[in-house]
Write a protein that binds this ligand. Sequence first.
Ligand code: ZN
Ligand code: ZN
Length: 138
Amino acid sequence: MSTAQRERDELRRSIEEFSAGGYTVDRVGFSVCACGNETFAVVLDDEVAVAATICAVCEEEAALADSDDHFDDVEEVQQAECSCGNSEFRVASGFALDPDGEVRWVSVGLRCTADGVAGVYVDWKIDYRPTSHLLAQA
Ligand SMILES: [Zn+2]
Ligand SMILES: [Zn+2]
């Protein structure tokens, strides 16, 4: 198994084990920049519940799930930082689905590129439908 695959699996597992909102995570989508790179700086806000990636290579920004709709509400965005001080991550979004296949919870997991520690940094409830546009990214 390649290193990239192993790192993805570790990140997927940490998101599944966290089970944000108490729900089983049904789908996990990994962030991959259009340039092909998979490591990012991450900005987020816990209260408004948003997260976005900034590619470590080309600096392209991408909002995760429905974050683009809510970034305007954020007073001061925070940069995600691992406890080791590093702020570059592999990134994935977990989606918990209801019985109809609609998204009911989103969780954003990060795996530190320096020490490999993975965890969910922000998660939020989705209380509208349809939600298929969220899954299109996964
Ligand atoms: Zn890029
Ligand atoms: Zn770290």
